[in-house]
Design a protein around this ligand. Structure first.
Ligand code: UD1
Length: 427
């Protein structure tokens, strides 16, 4: 199993190219199921989760080909074609490893009239139910049956029918499934209390490029006029705001300055205001933003909530950074009940963090020290990397496969800006 070794204490300086967003890529890939024409996705990040999603789509009958990117492009280009849907089943083995597999439910149901998808079950960060996904599809006429750990969804004889979906609580995944189902439903669908994450807007823009009619982008009410058919398109995945925010934390904690090339300021309002409150100087540079430390880190209070509020996917990285702030910070997690798995690992490096219910009290310390630590989930792993970059001595992060799910070429990008970081493999 691979591990990452960091010798901390080096300020990071230079430029990092931000990859295509994992969370956008994983909802754009299943759009291929909605048409028999080719869908070409550009700027796809090279990530284990993208590969796994490709394999799942292959099992459903989608052909995938990878082309070289243009010299001015960073990511991969993949063309997907679902000429025929060969299977409508997403098996447990795949769904269990990658929760995003649930996102084939809406498009399979819309295109093929049925879908059987394994229940994802809980995961390291919480229970993560899918009831909102299922209620949304029921509102479009689907019949849902749950047997032997599988959800079987069946559309009415003539296909899904538009309706009003009113979410009692904001869900990114359920909004995505609802949107992908509604574009091929008969008539108009209104999605109320929809998630407004930039990745949802990216999905809507890709669907519009494929011929869908969607109004209300960036708002919490989406109006979809169903089409009988969608066509192929070429679409570039948005840059990853969470990757950009993670490297910004790395710049600040090491007292350095990084240009985040490709980062889109307008997709990361609360991340940037949190960084500024912690003491960062943020400047616009051509093609991106520059994040620089300006003296010591200041403590702050943050609460995670749906976009445009502070993202749960940045909580762990901010916590690592604030472990070295000059004072006490309060971080409250409102999205997931168990997203503090990084706390005991950060404590092994000298951080002083106490969890009281949903709130973590982070008392800033003068220094962190290197230690052997274990990654527990994707963003938690990144928090350990960030802490390791600033810690005195050597940090060894185990279970690196979590990082490979969501950070493209992490060591390469960090080495290029001055970090002493390498991957070791047991062979
Ligand atoms: C969530 C995050 C997203 C993040 C992703 C991976 C939010 C709103 N969503 O998206 O930013 O990128 O995790 O970390 O911040 N829920 C239900 N029933 C459902 C679906 C969700 O009760 O059917 C609950 C969840 O348990 C959670 C909340 O609703 O408490 C939001 O979940 P949701 O947005 O659906 O989760 P993801 O799509 O995984």
């Amino acid at each position: 199993m691979d591990r990452i070794i960091i010798k901390g204490g080096k300020p990071l300086y230079g430029g990092i190219c931000i990859s295509g967003a994992k969370n956008a890529a994983l909802t754009l890939l299943p759009c291929a199921l909605l048409t028999d024409d080719p869908l070409t996705l550009r700027n796809l990040p090279r990530l284990a989760d993208v590969d796994s999603f490709g394999h799942l789509l292959n099992q459903l009958g989608v052909s995938t080909t990878i082309e070289g990117a243009r010299p001015d492009e960073f990511g991969r280009v993949m063309t997907l074609r679902a000429s025929n849907i060969a299977s409508t089943v997403a098996p447990y083995d795949i769904v269990r490893k990658m929760r995003a597999s649930i996102l084939v439910l809406g498009p399979l149901l819309a295109r093929a009239g049925q879908a059987t998808v394994s229940l994802p079950g809980g995961c390291a960060i919480g229970m993560r139910p899918i009831d909102l996904h299922l209620k949304a599809l029921e509102a479009l006429g689907a019949e849902i049956e749950i047997t032997a750990g599988y959800v079987k969804a069946t559309a009415p004889k003539g296909g899904l029918v538009g309706g009003t979906i009113s979410f009692p609580q904001v869900s990114v995944g359920a909004t995505e499934n609802a949107l992908m189902a509604a574009v091929l439903a008969k008539g108009t669908t209104i999605i109320e209390n929809a998630a407004r994450e930039p990745e949802i807007t990216d999905l809507a823009k890709c669907l519009i490029a494929m011929g869908a009619s969607i109004e209300g982008l960036r708002t919490d009410t989406l109006t979809v006029r169903g089409k009988s058919k969608l066509h192929g398109a070429t679409y570039a995945v948005m840059p990853d705001r969470i990757e950009a925010g993670s490297y910004a934390c790395a710049a600040l904690i090491t007292g350095g300055s990084l240009e985040l090339m490709g980062a889109r300021k307008e997709t990361m309002p609360s991340i940037l205001s949190g960084l500024v409150e912690a003491g960062a100087i943020i400047e616009d540079v051509e093609g991106g933003i520059k994040v620089s430390a300006n003296g010591g880190l200041k403590p702050l209070s943050l609460s995670t909530a749906p976009y445009p509020a502070f993202p749960t996917d940045m909580q762990a990285q901010f916590m690592a950074m604030l472990a070295l702030a000059n004072g006490t910070s309060l971080l409250t997690e409102t999205i997931f009940e168990n997203r503090y798995m990084h706390v005991p690992e950060l404590a092994r490096m000298g951080a002083e963090i106490e969890v009281k219910g949903r709130t973590a009290v982070v008392r800033g310390v003068d220094k962190l020290h290197g230690a052997q630590v274990m990654a527990t989930d994707l963003r938690a792993s990144m928090s350990l990397i960030i802490a390791g970059l600033a810690a005195e001595g050597e940090t060894e992060v185990g279970r690196v496969y979590h990082l490979d799910r969501g950070y493209e070429r992490l060591e390469e990008k960090l080495q290029a800006v001055g970090a002493d970081i390498e991957r070791q493999s047991d062979g």
